[in-house]
Design a protein around this ligand. Structure first.
Ligand code: NDP
Length: 401
C-alpha cells in the first residue's frame, strides 16, 4: 500500500493537471503546427478563455438534458443488487434524448443558427464545463456525509479528503429519483460531444464551402459510437462506473469535460488541418457483441443467446463466461473499443500525432482499468478467477497482452 500522503498528493495533482491538459490539447490542435512537442506552448489570452455566452450555453445544455431525462419516455430498468439488498430504478431514455436533441437542433440550424461558432467557443466552453465538474464534485463530496453507510462506495472512503473527493464517496447519489452519476455518464457529455463535432463540420463548411470526407467520417464514426452507447444504455448498469465506483471528481470531470472536449479533438483538428486521406475499419462488431454478451449473461444467464456458453462456477454463486467473446481475451470489449478509437483517428492522416492522442491515452486508460478490474475480480472470485485466467490467458490483445 502507498503512504497516505502520496495517494492524497496524487489525487490533489490530477484535478489540476487534467483540466490543464484539456485546455492545452484544445489550444494545440487548433494551432497551425498542431505539435504536442512544441514547447513552451502559446498561452491563450483571457479573452480566448472566457466568453459570457459559454456559461449560458452550458447551463442551457444541462437543463435541456435534465428535462429530457425526466420525461416519462422509455422503460425503467433495475440496476444490480446493492449492499442493502435493494435495486435502484433507472430510466432507459438516453437514445430518446439524443433523437429529441437532434430534432430540436434541426429548426434553428435550418433558420441559419451559426453552429460553426462552437469552434471559436471551444476553449470558453471547456473552461465552464471544468468549472461545473468542480462544483458538482464539491457538492457530491459534501452531501456524501449525509448518506447512510451502506450507500458509500468501496473505493472512495479512505478518510483522506483529497483522495475521497477525487474517487467519490457515495455510490449512487440521487436527488429524489434523479440519479446524478447515471445522468452524467452518458448524456450531457456524450450528446454534447457529437453536437460539438457537428459544429466543427459546420465551421469547415463556412471556411471551405463543403465538408471534407475526413470530417464526415470522423463525425459519422463518433456519432455511431455515441448513438450505440445510448441505444444500449441499459448495459451501463453492469459496468464498473455504476457498480463499483463512487461519484466524485474522476467521473464528473471525465463525463462532463474530458469526454466532450478531448474525444472529439479530431474534428477540431480537421477544421485547421484539412486531410484528403481515406481509411476506415469495421471493429464496432467486436465491441458491441462482447459488451452485450456479458450484459445479457449477467441479467439472464438462461437467455438462449448465452445459455450454451461455457462457464466457470464461483464461490459467490455468479458464473464467469469462458467461451464466446469472453473466452477470446479477458476484456474483448476493451479490444473492440481500442480498435474503434484507431478507426476514427485514421481519417486524420499520418502527418500529426495529435489525432492519435486519444488512441494512446485510451490504451493507457484501458490497461489501467483492466488491472483495476482484475484486482476486484481476483478479490471477489479467488480460485475461480485464477482458473478463468488459465483458460483465457490474454487480457486485451490476443497473443500480445
Ligand atoms: P466491463 O463491462 O468490462 O465489466 C467488468 C466486469 O464484468 C467485471 O468486474 C465482472 O463483474 C464482469 N466480468 C468480467 N469477466 C467476466 C466473465 N468472463 N464473465 C462474466 N462476467 C465477467 O466494465 P467497464 O465498465 O470497464 O467497460 C464497459 C465498456 O465501456 C467497455 O466497452 C469499455 O471499453 C467502455 N469504456 C469506455 C470508456 C471511454 O472513455 N470511452 C471508459 C471506460 C469504459 P461481475 O462479475 O461483478 O459482474
Amino acid at each position: 500500500e502507498k503512504p497516505f500522503n502520496v495517494v492524497g498528493l496524487r489525487a490533489a495533482c490530477i484535478p489540476v493537471f487534467l483540466p490543464l491538459t484539456v485546455l492545452y490539447l484544445l489550444c494545440v490542435c487548433r494551432s497551425p503546427a498542431a505539435s504536442v512537442l512544441q514547447w513552451p506552448p502559446v498561452l491563450p489570452t483571457t479573452a480566448q478563455l472566457w466568453d459570457p455566452l459559454a456559461p449560458v450555453l452550458i447551463l442551457g445544455w444541462m437543463t435541456l438534458q435534465i428535462f429530457l431525462y425526466l420525461l416519462p419516455m422509455g422503460k425503467l430498468s433495475e440496476g444490480m443488487v446493492l449492499k442493502d439488498g435493494s435495486r435502484l430504478k433507472y430510466p432507459i431514455n438516453g437514445f430518446h434524448a439524443l433523437c429529441i436533441t437532434a430534432v430540436l437542433l434541426t429548426l434553428p440550424l435550418w433558420l441559419g443558427m451559426p453552429l460553426g461558432y462552437l469552434f471559436e467557443l471551444l476553449l470558453p466552453l471547456a473552461v465552464c464545463a471544468i468549472g461545473v465538474s468542480f462544483l458538482l464534485s464539491l457538492y457530491l463530496y459534501i452531501c456524501s456525509f449525509w448518506a447512510p453507510h451502506h450507500a458509500l462506495a468501496q473505493g472512495g472512503n479512505t478518510g483522506n479528503p483529497l483522495y475521497d473527493f477525487f474517487m467519490g464517496r457515495e455510490l449512487n447519489p440521487r436527488i429524489g429519483s434523479f440519479d446524478l452519476k447515471y445522468f452524467c455518464e452518458l448524456r450531457p457529455g456524450l450528446i454534447g460531444w457529437v453536437v460539438i463535432n457537428l459544429g466543427m463540420l459546420m465551421k469547415e463548411v463556412e471556411l471551405r464551402d463543403s465538408a471534407s470526407l475526413a470530417m464526415i467520417l470522423v463525425n459519422s464514426f463518433q456519432l455511431l459510437y455515441v448513438a450505440d452507447a445510448l441505444w444500449h444504455e441499459e448495459a451501463v448498469l453492469t459496468t464498473m462506473d455504476i457498480v463499483h465506483d463512487g461519484f466524485g471528481f474522476m467521473l464528473a470531470f471525465g463525463d462532463l469535460a474530458w469526454v466532450p472536449f478531448t474525444y472529439g479533438m479530431q474534428a477540431a483538428f480537421l477544421v485547421v488541418h484539412p486531410q484528403s486521406s481515406r481509411s476506415h475499419s469495421v471493429v464496432y462488431y467486436i465491441f458491441r457483441k462482447s459488451n452485450s454478451q456479458k450484459n445479457q449473461f449477467r441479467r439472464d444467464p438462461m437467455h438462449p443467446s448465452v445459455a450454451n456458453l461455457e462457464t466457470i462456477a464461483t464461490a459467490t454463486g455468479k458464473r464467469l463466461l469462458v467461451s464466446g467473446w469472453w473466452g477470446l481475451v479477458r476484456h474483448p470489449n476493451y479490444l473492440g473499443d481500442l480498435l474503434m478509437a484507431l478507426a476514427w483517428s485514421l481519417p486524420c492522416g499520418f502527418n500529426h500525432f495529435l489525432p492519435y492522442f486519444y488512441v494512446v491515452y485510451f490504451t493507457v486508460l484501458l490497461i489501467h482499468r483492466e488491472a483495476r478490474d482484475e484486482r476486484h475480480c481476483r478479490a471477489k472470485y479467488g480460485l475461480a478467477w485464477d482458473a478463468y485466467c488459465r483458460c483465457v490467458p490474454y487480457r486485451i490483445f490476443p497473443y500480445v497482452y
